[in-house]
Design a protein around this ligand. Structure first.
Ligand code: UFG
Length: 327
């Protein structure tokens, strides 16, 4: 299939592009390289451009005879979305609706969308199933949910086949060792703990030790980026006109911040200096996915079903690329 991947030079995008290519799809990456990395994708499939350049998008969709779009391009920092919501409504909502309009003009109705566990806000029940009410508590979650709703309406009215994949905590790196996580600024727990183990930062600060969890720190469901990637491919190959495939994507098991620190110490063999700090505003105590639905309906199964194996791949990447991708 001829596929356009927006944001394909980013962390989850680049791992998905690699898998799509391995599956024999014809892939084009559309990325403005604001957070993505040129070195993360083969040069010959990279098209640099803004999502706001609609004429260019129309041209690309037509010229490359695109049949489906996998849409990663987005702003993804919860904290930044609180202080600069306009950026999130523009990048994540307006730009996505414009992209969807281009698709409609070109008669393309296949769309795989990067959504997030953040659309659930503070869930009533953990593990979180797809029936849990979606009530985001920040602008980032609001913009992602708004697109999910628009897609459901497009499926009903225009017969689109779409998937909305709600990621829990993406982590790890390709076992090949040549692509991995490289954010600026880095805010995610696993890379920051690894940096503390490497001495690249003085310590890791634990954001809150008084949560109602067994060790007082927040619990998250860390999913390997290649397992996220494989879910995109399964979903893409199962899209049906008029139907939405909405799945929560985690491994169905949560780990506390302290457990992550222990796993990094075990994998790297280095001690991690820790500082206990206050809670970070907006962090729910526990977010764990129920991944039963995608297992049942698409036969998806995570290859990395435990934290250690995820951390090993992340450590491999950071050890080999202490400064991330070559700029
Ligand atoms: N944490 C620390 N210290 C740090 C960084 C993080 O204690 O220096 C804690 C956080 O408080 C949280 C956990 O580690 O409890 C994980 O934090 P991350 O920032 O790595 O990830 P989040 O769970 O906050 O958010 C991630 C993505 C979001 C996405 C969300 C969906 O960053 O984009 O998962 O659940 F929306």
């Amino acid at each position: 299939m001829k596929i356009l991947v927006t944001g394909g030079a980013g962390y989850i995008g680049s791992h998905t592009v690699r898998l799509l290519l391995e599956r024999g799809h014809e892939v084009w990456v559309y990325d403005n390289l604001s957070t993505g990395h040129r070195a993360a994708v083969p040069a010959e499939i990279l098209l640099t451009g803004e999502l706001s350049e609609l004429h260019r998008l129309d041209h690309v969709l037509m010229e490359k005879r695109i049949a489906a779009v996998v849409h990663f391009a987005a702003s993804t920092y919860v904290g930044e979305s609180m202080t600069d919501p306009a950026r999130y409504y523009r990048n994540n909502l307006v730009n996505t609706l414009n992209l969807m309009e281009c698709l409609r003009r070109q008669g393309i109705g296949r769309f795989v969308f990067s959504s997030t566990a953040t659309t659930f806000g503070t869930p009533e029940r953990v593990p979180i199933t797809e029936d849990e009410p979606q009530r985001p508590i920040n602008p980032y979650g609001n913009t992602k949910l708004a697109v999910e709703r628009a897609l459901a309406d497009y499926a009903r009215a225009y017969g689109w086949g779409y998937a909305a994949l709600r990621y829990f905590n993406a982590a790890g790196a390709s076992p090949s060792g040549d692509i991995g996580e490289d954010h600026d600024p880095e805010t995610h727990l696993i890379p920051l703990v690894i940096w503390a183990a490497m001495g690249r930062r003085p310590h890791i600060e634990i954001f809150g030790t008084d949560y109602p969890t067994p060790d007082g720190t927040c619990i998250r469901d860390y999913i390997h980026v290649d397992d996220l990637a494989s879910a995109h491919i399964l979903a893409l190959e199962r899209l049906e006109p008029g139907k939405g495939l909405c799945y929560n994507l985690g491994i169905g098991r949560g780990y506390s911040v302290r457990e992550v620190i222990k796993a990094v110490e075990a994998v790297t063999g280095k001690p991690v200096p820790v500082k206990e700090g206050p809670r970070r505003p907006g962090d729910p105590a526990s977010l764990v996915a129920s991944c039963d639905k995608i297992q049942r309906e698409l036969g998806w199964k995570p290859k990395h079903a435990d934290l250690k194996s995820i951390v090993e791949t992340a450590w491999n990447w950071h050890r080999e690329h202490p400064k991330g991708f070559k700029k």
